[in-house]
Ligand binder design. Sequence first.
Ligand code: DQA
Length: 148
Amino acid sequence: MQILIINGPNLNLLGKREPETYGRESFEEVLERLRATYPSIQLDYFQSNIEGEIINHIQQADGIYDGIILNAAGYTHTSVAIGDAIAAVGVPVIEVHISNVYAREPFRHISHISAQCAGTISGFGAGSYLLALEALKRKSENLFFPSK
Ligand code: DQA
């Protein structure tokens, strides 16, 4: 399995940025733990503060990756274009947020990407990435409970 994690704007500052909301770990540390937990999964990582670069990576992942874990950060609430990019590709995308966006300001309750994603995980700290990875793994192995 090959999974691409894409982090959006300001997530390069994880560990230093508003640690009471986003935790004290850098994403490099989180990534190391994810790789140690899932040694059989190839986990690639891309971070950008630039909307178009995120769109380019979503497009380029199509046909190469088995899934994308996307924390579009602030672009979640503003970017029709990232939502369109997700809709345009066949690769399943899971939307993640470190914080519980629904317990925060009303503008964070709006997502332009949720409807295009396979699902959303929000509010479990760095664990949101782990839960998304587990979901993609189970999805690919058909390990979810049958719907009846
Ligand atoms: C975030 C939540 C967003 O509202 C915010 O703009 C971020 C991070 C999160 O991971 O909790 O930058 O996506």
